[in-house]
Design a binder for this molecule. Structure first.
Ligand code: GDP
Ligand code: MG
Length: 203
């Protein structure tokens, strides 16, 4: 459906396509920080544990398209892992993060990628992200290693710093360009327990 400038706000909101993004990866790799950088362009050094799963929404305008992104932040702790498959189930995009200064977090990305493939097969865009590239002197995973894994598994690959903001916008723009048309978009009927929070934070 064509979105015209004359349309009323409620109609416009109704016609927006929604895309569910899930953010996965070990605890402390920077999932919440990356989302916060993208949403509010801020960074908070203090660690705030994500409790379970929560989402925020953001509307983005890109190449004549208006997209509504639903960003699902997950906790990497083992005690929440059993929840993950049900959240992956209707996702359009899975963003799998590791910390470039923590090799173990890089190795554990395979588990998350396997979970996504198990639930979504090829009906999902998977992005591998090496975060915290501002900490160059403690780097344990090279850019080439990250790129090689992404190539092997057929994923998009980026390196970011949620702290400095480098590449964060680029990641979302490049993903948005790859988003398919309505066939795999989430429709408007996603009212659920998190909707109060969505309304609270929507822009
Ligand atoms: N130097 C640096 N620290 C980061 C970066 N991203 C996150 N952090 C820090 O790493 C810790 C964990 O980040 P958080 O976003 O909570 O990780 P999550 O558990 O994956 O959600 C926090 O202290 C953040 O401030 C980054 O790009 N660079
Ligand atoms: Mg978190």
């Amino acid at each position: 459906m064509e979105i015209s400038g004359m349309e009323s706000k409620s109609n416009l909101q109704h016609s927006l396509r929604k895309y569910k993004f899930v953010f996965l990866g070990e605890q402390s790799v920077g999932k919440t920080s990356l989302i916060t950088r993208f949403m509010y362009n801020t960074f908070d050094q203090t660690y705030q544990a994500t409790i379970g799963i929560d989402f925020l929404s953001k509307t983005v305008y890109l190449e004549n398209r208006t997209l509504r992104l639903q960003l699902w932040d997950t906790a990497g702790q083992e005690r929440f892992r059993s929840l993950i498959p049900s959240y992956i189930r209707d996702s359009s995009v899975a963003v799998v993060l590791y910390d470039v200064t923590n090799r173990k977090s890089f190795e554990s990305t395979n588990r998350w990628i396997d979970d996504v493939r198990a639930e979504r097969g090829d009906d999902v865009i998977i992005i591998l992200i090496g975060n915290k590239i501002d900490i160059e002197d403690k780097r344990q995973v090279t850019t080439d290693e990250g790129q090689a894994k992404a190539n092997e598994l057929g994923l998009m690959y980026f390196e970011t710093s949620a702290k400095s903001g480098v590449n964060v916008e680029t990641v979302f723009v490049e993903i948005a360009k790859k988003l398919p048309g309505s066939e795999t978009a989430i429709d408007g009927s996603d009212a659920q327990s998190n909707s109060a929070r969505e309304n609270q934070f929507s822009d």
